[in-house]
Design a protein around this ligand. Sequence first.
Ligand SMILES: [Zn+2]
Length: 387
Amino acid sequence: MNQRDKELMIEFCQELIRVPSLSGDEEDVASLIKDEMSKLGYDEVWADDAGNVIGKLAGNDKSAPSLTFTAHMDQVDVSPSEDWEHDLFGGEIDGGYIHGRGASDTKGAIATQVYVTSALNELTRPHGDVYVAAVVLEETGGLGTKYLLSHFETDYAVMGEGTKNELRIGNRGRVLVRVNFQGESMHSSAAPPEDVLHYDVMKFLERLKGLKMASGELGSSHVVPTLCKCDNPGSNVTPGEIELSVDWRTVETEASDEVLERIIELLPQNAAAHIDPMERGTYTGIKLSSPDRQSSYYISPDNQFVREVRESLQERYGRDVPVSTWDFTTDCGYFADAGIPIVGFSPCEEKYAHTQEDRVSISLMEEAVDGYGAIIESVPELPGQTD
Ligand SMILES: [Zn+2]
């Protein structure tokens, strides 16, 4: 990219970091993005009812498939134990990095995606429509992306979660199951041990621990109990109800709705299991709701989109571009559910996300914009999803 665009992109990234944007409070960052897109000459810029910002760069070949770059605007809160060397919301530049909360998760990616215009100017071949979609509410379960895909269509997508300019093709999903045990609350001096609810929980947990887990390209699925709530008022009273949260990380060989059935099979008569809805309010004032689970996502390295993207990046960079999977859950599962092939490619780095070291490398940002240009050029070779 040219020097002028590079400087503007860095400034834009700093501005994004300087505006805090907790989940549900992304309005100010959303306006910055809309303004920048308009300044850069996007053909259309709008926000949907949930506040996701979408910019369109119209292609000159209407038959070519469309491509969407996406990342999230919200950022996680700061925990009291964090000890920042740089100003948390300063967007300071030091050692070749832009520092601050959200830099690598995923404001650095938004800045490069919005500046994809810099790569497009140098394109000589026809291409399809290119979109940049900055979404809300990723950190609280991905309801922004889920809403976006209820009304927005695209043929292919690139996710901006941290990959350090490598490719990611999968991540495990998650399902949160609540298990409620019902019994009788008794004074501990007289409670027969066989009637104390904790022992029912113990038997369930032993069965859970012994479950055979599914495996696939994403490794092995994984389940552990997390929260445990008892309703008893004191230590001399046994509980009449215990609620246990079970966090299950799924791989691509198991459907997220199988998980609940498998837990129900382990339950004693006096227990029931369900998946709660996650409910979040957007800054636009609407309420989004969805079951508290996110699908896993996996796309084969032999998939034509993955191959084209990888080859074009390797050709552009003159180096190998490794392919692997993420350890954490991303919004890619919603794209997979919608039948949209998606890969991860971003200058952000997984290891800095949610840490006091949060930062994004300027040279990786510059390289990413160049890579986006290569990806855009590879897409006309692919079939449209609606063909
Ligand atoms: Zn995050």
